[in-house]
Write a protein that binds this ligand. Structure first.
Ligand SMILES: *Cc1c(COP(=O)(O)O)cnc(C)c1O
Length: 408
């Protein structure tokens, strides 16, 4: 019999969303007549914008003619898309990266899950808590997390983000090799401000750590003074990788496209102390294990970055923004403490009287037939919170909040 990667044996099950589904289905069996409304949805619901659909049709037709057919493309993505991203996302904000530093992929989750391969098996990883589980699990799968006790791995450095520190994580006392940051944050919906992000970049420069910055929700930022890219902070191009995605920005959760920025100046050390370029290593990795994002998808993505698409994209995002604002207003009327929801589709609610988050989940389901996501499922520091998403329809969101105002 083949022996396995033993790290998989130590993983915790995908408990959070399966447990939510189990409890909802038990409730439905007991109350078949009641309509359950989910404010736990983690997927966008607005259709893709017309500009993207047109680009898709055109690219599909190109595949039907020998003259315009495309086979294997460059592993790191077509130049037309890398240039479009550079001109739309980075140059207007004064970020001087180059198109060659942008790697196109089938989404940020794969990039984030894969990138840890470039680090040593003994690298120390720091994560914010609560956390998007991919950072933690991908390192656990690589055998870098140690053993798990009371919901935490003993080799991972956790950076609590709670109301007590206004969701701006404190610098760690133990030096990590790799630091995962996510802003705007999933699940808390809060944003790292310029001074926090600057402190992290300076810390990483001083300690020779690498920051893996997840900016999947940057399109939701409404305040122009907040950083959208970590490269807006001077010196970040020597210490940070940035991951972005069209999933939440433009409804690509099903179509699949994302990109990673790996600057040429970014280096890390071999065991014997030599500096190697993470850019060159990532290129080598992608060329070996990946054959590129589909041509038609890259053409669809290109359409997202054209100025003409701006209004259509903004209209789709406005639906989620309005839902989030309505949620925030309702929770505050109820006298509850709610965070996030302004530069993000997520509202992070403090449970009343510090109620455990699974008890709060059950209470909302029983009294209002409304589904949230218990904060404890995202990490130890998520206990006492619940995540609400803005991805349901405006009608359902309003209806759910009316029920909650009556029930709580
Ligand atoms: C949705 C999401 C992503 C994007 O994932 P894709 O694979 O591009 O769909 C990345 N990071 C976080 C925190 C997310 O919530």
């Amino acid at each position: 019999m083949a022996s396995i990667n033993n790290a998989y044996a130590g993983l915790s099950g995908n408990y959070l969303f399966s447990e939510v589904a189990r409890r909802v289905s038990a409730y439905r069996q007991k109350h078949p007549e009641t309509e359950v409304i989910s404010l736990g949805i983690g997927d966008v619901s607005q259709p893709m914008i017309p500009a993207v659909i047109r680009a898709l049709h055109k690219a599909v037709d190109e595949m039907a003619c020998a003259e315009t057919f495309r086979g294997y493309g460059p592993e790191q993505g077509y130049g037309f898309l890398r240039e479009a991203i550079l001109n739309h996302d980075f140059l207007p904000r004064g970020v001087n990266i180059r198109a060659e530093e942008i790697f196109i992929s089938d989404g940020a989750k794969s990039d984030i899950g894969n990138f840890q391969e470039l680090f040593g098996e003994d690298a120390v990883i720091a994560l914010t808590d609560p956390v998007y589980p991919v950072y933690e699990d991908s390192n656990a799968m690589a055998g870098r997390a140690g053993t798990r006790e009371n919901g935490r791995w003993n080799r991972i450095v956790y950076l609590p983000c709670t109301a007590a520190n206004a969701f701006q994580p404190d610098l760690p006392s133990v030096r990590p090799d790799v630091i995962y940051l996510c802003s705007p944050n999933n699940p808390t919906g809060t944003v790292l401000d310029r001074s926090s992000l600057t402190a992290w970049v300076n810390y990483a420069r001083e300690k020779e750590s690498v920051i893996l910055f997840d900016a999947a929700y940057e399109a939701f930022i409404q305040d122009d003074s907040l950083p959208r890219s970590i490269y807006e902070i001077p010196g970040a191009d020597e210490v940070a990788v940035e991951f972005r995605s069209l999933s939440k920005t433009a409804g690509f959760t099903g179509l699949r496209c994302g990109y990673a920025v790996v600057p040429e100046k970014l280096t890390a050390r071999t065991k014997d102390g030599r500096l190697l370029s993470l850019h060159d290593m990532w290129l080598r990795r992608q060329c070996t294990k990946y054959n590129g994002c589909p041509y038609i998808v890259q053409r669809a993505a290109e359409a997202v970055f054209q100025p003409e698409a701006g209004e259509e994209l903004a209209a789709a995002l406005a639906v989620y923004r309005d839902n989030a604002r309505i949620m925030l207003d309702a929770f505050r009327r109820m006298g509850l403490s709610a965070f996030g929801g302004v530069h993000s589709p997520y509202v992070w609610l403090q449970t009343p009287k510090a109620m455990p988050s699974w008890d709060f989940f059950d209470l909302l389901l029983e009294r209002a037939a409304v589904v949230c996501t218990p904060g404890a499922g995202f990490g130890v520091s998520g206990e006492g919170y619940a995540r609400f998403t803005a991805f349901n329809s405006p009608e359902n969101t309003k209806k759910a909040l009316e029920r909650l105002e009556k029930a709580l």
